[in-house]
Ligand binder design. Structure first.
Ligand code: ADP
Ligand code: MG
Length: 618
């Protein structure tokens, strides 16, 4: 429900600002809200037109951008100035795209293969973030035009497999479009919300979200429990979708009229009209048995069964992906409670039938598959707006996050599978007297030694005031916001000196990498534990040696010469033990040194206390 408030200071009526939900798709994008009157998620559209905005940006000779249907018309006729599928480029380097370079009809810059890609249009260069921001701006304008109010807050969806870099890029695109992105939500999570799944705290379900769009196919297996959506596995094919159905129909038509493909391949406008005809045929066959149309002087026709047989191999490939996703999640089809259909291409009857047969249950297709993701994003937006108080949507961290401590050990601050948003902090101290800075290295992973984990960021915390080793209290805090973006702060508590960074890794992890890191941590668990114990013992030993050495240098009068000799011997033994890979031996030597030094440590303490008492003024 829309909330109307009264500004107590001015007495004027204030309408709470609407937070919109946006599906930023590879092929189509759209914006949705919870309708203020009906309370139902609703996709926004201009009177008498589609809610879908094709995710296409066309640049004219002056660098002016046009988005949506108007831009789509230029796909074949002005391919080098018409950018489609910008979503595929988000957070990617040319190296990442190399194997699919032929897919793009516009110029993807390849001179700096390792940093993020740029697109060249005429003499201008655009980042994928800018290109996506054009689409988002269009959606924002549309929403403002229809709602007659400024729209500045949004929830945007991304595929479940999007890594940190891609999520961050999406967020930046929103910011560039003038939107405050309150949350990035996984597309399958949004789809389940649109179906009302996961809206109850005590609900527990395992579901499959089958998303066949224009150019991509994603299958996600989600576990919903207590308001938490856990992605158990994802699979798919980033180059398989409705466009491939269109291509198959185009080939069918050309065969029908006896024209070899290479004959029209360079005739852009012929190609365009044939593609449009093929797509129209495909859509017609989603509800009818037969399609016929006229292309130039030719009569074209295709029946539903002909269509089914040419797309069957493509549908079959999606089933292979489903099987893989299930086995990755260690589940059988019987354990899946519901299968949700997402994406325009799931309107194809053969797709629904095949997937129902595969999972052994009727798929859910009651919510418009083109809109379902945006509708779910609107549900999430409504929750964030505080209109659904008893429900909080949570995500979890895929891998543990921590910092490097002495000896290259991983000190976990936020464990794997922790709820997001989350925060944690821990205190550290210096190793050396007068140490003015401390290197904070942030890692992600499950292994005990940071060298086996993945470094996310590093910064040098400077400005620690000069103090003896062990005195400064440096509190390191991790904060993961609702989008899963981590910021790390270090603060010296005695002086209040503070520094922080937002962790924006240029490249995040793919699902396979996350999986590999988890597997590694299991296979190496024992070995890691031994190494950790050894490193810890060594660190402790080194510290004790340093402290003892310092103590002797400072307080020579507190030790008898006999004690000095004994201590020196014990120190030497420990030093020797440190060079060997034997944790037990190190511990024994530490204990021996402690045994000898304990009495004079106590003496020193007494001296310090009486000194302090003497100095105290009343
Ligand atoms: P994306 O998620 O990739 O942005 P969409 O979910 O919007 O894409 O799906 C777009 C695809 O859906 C296009 O290939 C389009 O032709 C196809 N599509 C839309 N309506 C139908 C229909 N009625 N029958 C078959 N395919 C359809
Ligand atoms: Mg989609």
């Amino acid at each position: 429900m829309a909330k109307i408030g009264i500004n107590i200071a001015t007495g004027s009526l204030q309408q709470a600002e609407m937070i919109v939900g946006i599906d930023l798709g590879t092929t189509n994008s759209l914006v949705a809200i919870i309708h203020p009157e009906s309370g139902k998620p609703t996709a926004l559209k201009e009177f008498d037109s589609s809610s879908l905005v094709p995710s296409v940006v066309h640049f004219d000779g002056f660098g002016n951008a046009e988005v949506g249907d108007a831009a789509r018309a230029f796909l074949e006729t002005d391919p080098s100035n018409t950018i489609f599928s910008a979503k595929r480029l988000m957070g990617k380097s040319f190296n990442d795209l190399k194997s699919n370079a032929g897919f793009f009809t516009y110029k993807v810059i390849d001179d700096d293969t390792d940093s993020l890609v740029k697109i060249q249009v005429g003499d201008r260069f655009y980042s994928p973030i800018e290109l996506s921001s054009f689409i988002l701006k269009e959606l924002k304008n549309r929403a403002e035009h229809i709602l007659k109010t400024p729209v500045t807050k949004a929830v945007i969806t991304v595929p479940a497999y999007f890594n940190d870099a891609q999520r961050q890029a999406t967020r930046d695109a929103g910011r560039l479009a003038g939107l405050d992105v309150l949350r990035i939500v996984n597309e399958p999570t949004a789809a389940s919300l649109a179906y009302g799944l996961g809206l109850h705290k005590d609900e527990e379900k395992t579901i499959a979200v089958y998303d066949l769009g224009g150019g991509t196919f994603d299958i996600s297996i989600l576990k919903i429990a207590g308001g938490i959506f856990e992605v158990l596995s994802t699979n798919g094919d980033t180059y398989l979708g409705g466009d491939d159905f269109d291509r198959a129909v185009m080939e069918f038509f050309l065969q029908q009229v006896g024209i070899p493909f290479h004959e029209i391949k360079n005739d852009k406008s012929q190609l365009q009209s044939l593609r449009l005809m093929a797509e129209a045929a495909k859509k017609t066959l989603s509800s009818e048995e037969q399609f016929s149309g006229k292309w130039n002087e030719y009569n074209l026709s295709i029946s539903k069964s002909e269509f089914n047989s040419i797309i069957e191999p493509l549908v079959s490939r999606t089933k292979d992906c489903c099987a893989k996703a299930l086995s990755d999640a260690c589940l059988t089809v019987e354990q899946i409670d519901a299968v949700i259909m997402v994406g325009g291409s799931t309107r194809v009857p053969l797709v629904k039938e095949s997937i129902s047969a595969f999972f052994g249950k009727q798929v859910n297709d009651s919510v418009n598959p083109d809109e379902v993701v945006a509708l779910g994003a609107a549900v999430q937006a409504d929750i964030l707006a505080g209109n659904n108080k008893d429900f909080l949507l949570l995500d979890i961290t895929p891998l543990s996050l921590g910092i490097e401590t002495m000896g290259g050990l991983m000190d976990v601050l936020i464990p794997r599978n922790a709820k997001i948003p989350n925060r944690a902090s821990r205190q550290y101290t210096t190793q050396k007297d007068g140490q003015g800075s401390m290197r904070i290295s942030v890692f992600q992973g499950e292994r005990d030694l940071v060298q086996h984990n993945r470094k996310l960021a590093e910064f040098n915390f400077t400005g620690i005031p000069g103090m003896p080793a062990g005195l400064p209290k440096v509190e390191v805090s991790f904060l993961i916001n609702a989008d899963g973006i981590l910021s790390v702060t270090a603060k010296e508590l005695r002086s209040g000196v503070e520094q922080s960074i937002e962790v924006k890794p240029q490249y995040g992890l793919t699902d396979e990498e996350v999986e590999k890191m988890l597997l590694d941590s299991i296979t190496h668990a024992k070995e890691d534990m031994t190494t950790r114990a050894l490193v810890e013992a060594r660190t402790e030993g080194e510290q004790i040696l340093e402290v003892t050495e310092k103590f002797i240098a400072k307080n020579p009068e507190l030790l008898s010469s006999e004690e000095l000799v004994q201590t020196a011997a014990a120190m030497q033994n420990l030093q020797l033990a440190l060079t060997m890979d034997d944790k037990n031996l190190i511990q024994i030597k530490i204990e021996e040194l402690n045994e000898i030094s304990r009495p004079f440590a106590e003496r020193a303490m007494d001296a310090a206390v009486s000194g302090a008492l003497k100095g105290k003024k009343v």
